[in-house]
Write a protein that binds this ligand. Structure first.
Ligand code: PMP
Length: 408
């Protein structure tokens, strides 16, 4: 018979792993919807578009042509070549197919890197606010996540000077996303060049540049740190198909890096999963080599939604928020609304506020806490304009009631 507390059977490495604070919200949102409440979900990190027809066709063809075999662990040469071409064309990064490892989502690429490089006790500098998985993966590897907090004056982006101050002899990796999940901020060429100069002064420090939201941005300019030759060998570029090509369920991502890093990650992936789904890899080739029109069309829709949400949020007082330059998230600061009593209950944290907004406004959001922004909430606009037009006024009315302001 199993002991009463099965947690004592779990591996020690799981002890530090954070419990999903958003899970309880999802469960509650589902329960309320089942009871007939008109719940609007603004908590998802997933495009609400279907994958483009030419990509779906490529997958069907791949099935009919019998692509039912294991591919090389690193991915097919065809896909790695298409990725190398894309990196050269769009990002000015010169790597060959041998410098590329295709994975089951960008998430696996990140897991490969962290498991391959981080020893217990190694410090990993994470630009905060951050995508929560970075933090959890570092903990799984026994590493020490060290947060580099950005200031409001700089769209919550930490600077090269912050980075320089934080590097110690134990620093192994630096991780950032641009556009950032959860703020939507993008690092400029200038900012990344300054950061790269700092990194280049520390040849044992490596950088993970997570560029998964690259194609969801509202400005022409986009810069990749690995395009700077003087630091290229130290930068691991992570990207994938989930966001820009609306292919979350296909599970294809990749990393591009120096050969020794790719080989180490290949060794990890070779024991954990092997190469990603053969059909999905064919679809990914079609995504990169086919028309980019659907990507541009989705960008336009996200831009319109971003503008709409900024406008609607502008009608809610005391909710400071930066205009995002990319991705599909906003991170308003809800400090003003915290610590208030309602129906005998104190809304002490952003998590309490989210739970209350779900009950009262029927809008599902997530607390910023697991993203390293405890006084914020994350709002996703990967949903229809109609939903946004309904949800934001509901938030406005409910927050106004919370602080006792009359509604105009
Ligand atoms: N990086 C960031 C910043 C993300 O938000 C996500 C998905 N939420 C990923 C990586 C992983 O993407 P996937 O595994 O679907 O390719």
């Amino acid at each position: 018979m199993l002991p009463a507390s099965t947690s004592s059977l779990l591996a020690d490495r799981l002890h530090g792993l954070g419990e999903s604070q958003t899970l309880a919200m999802t469960v509650r949102a589902r329960a309320l919807r089942a009871q007939g409440f008109p719940i609007i979900n603004l908590s998802l990190g997933e495009p609400d578009f279907p994958t483009a027809p030419h990509i779906r066709e490529a997958a069907k063809q791949a099935i009919d042509e019998g692509n039912s075999w294991y591919t090389p662990v690193a991915g097919t040469l065809e896909l790695r070549q298409a990725i190398a071409d894309k990196l050269r064309r769009e990002n000015n990064i010169s790597w060959n197919p041998e410098n590329i490892l295709v994975s089951t989502g960008a998430k696996q690429a990140l897991a490969n890197v962290i498991l391959a490089l981080v020893n217990p006790g190694d410090e990993v500098l994470i630009f905060a606010p951050y995508w929560l998985t970075y933090h959890e993966l570092v903990q799984l590897a026994g590493g020490v996540p060290v947060l580099l907090e950005g200031s409001y004056a700089n769209q919550l982006k930490a600077t090269a000077a912050d980075l320089s101050d934080a590097i110690t002899p134990r620093t192994k990796l630096v991780v950032y996303s641009s556009p950032c999940n959860p703020t939507g901020a993008i690092f400029s060429r200038e900012e990344l060049t300054q950061m790269a100069r700092v990194v280049a002064r520390h040849p044992r420090v490596l950088v993970v540049a997570d560029e998964i939201y690259e194609h969801i941005r509202f400005q022409e300019e986009y810069f990749s740190m690995a395009s700077l030759d003087f630091v290229r060998e130290q930068v691991i570029t992570v990207n994938g198909f989930s966001k820009g090509y609306a292919m979350t369920g296909w599970r294809v991502g990749y990393l591009a890096a120096a050969r020794w890093i790719v080989e180490a990650c290949n060794a990890v992936q070779g024991q954990v999963t092997s190469g990603p789904c053969a059909i999905s890899q064919k679809a990914a080739v079609a995504a990169l080599t086919g028309t980019q029109e659907p990507v541009r069309a989705m960008q336009e829709v996200y831009r319109r939604r971003r503008d709409l949400v900024m406008e609607l949020l502008g009608a809610i007082p005391h909710l400071p928020v930066d205009e995002p330059a990319g991705a599909f998230f906003l991170l308003p600061d809800v400090s003003y609304y915290l610590g208030r009593e309602v129906s005998g209950q104190r809304l002490a944290t952003a998590q309490d506020l989210c739970a209350w907004l779900l009950e009262e406004a029927h809008v599902a959001l997530v607390t910023g806490a697991p993203f390293g922004a405890p006084t914020c909430i994350r709002l996703s606009y990967a949903t229809s304009e109609e939903n946004l037009r309904q949800a934001l006024p509901r938030l406005r009315t409910t927050l106004a009631a919370l602080v006792g302001h009359p509604q105009e």
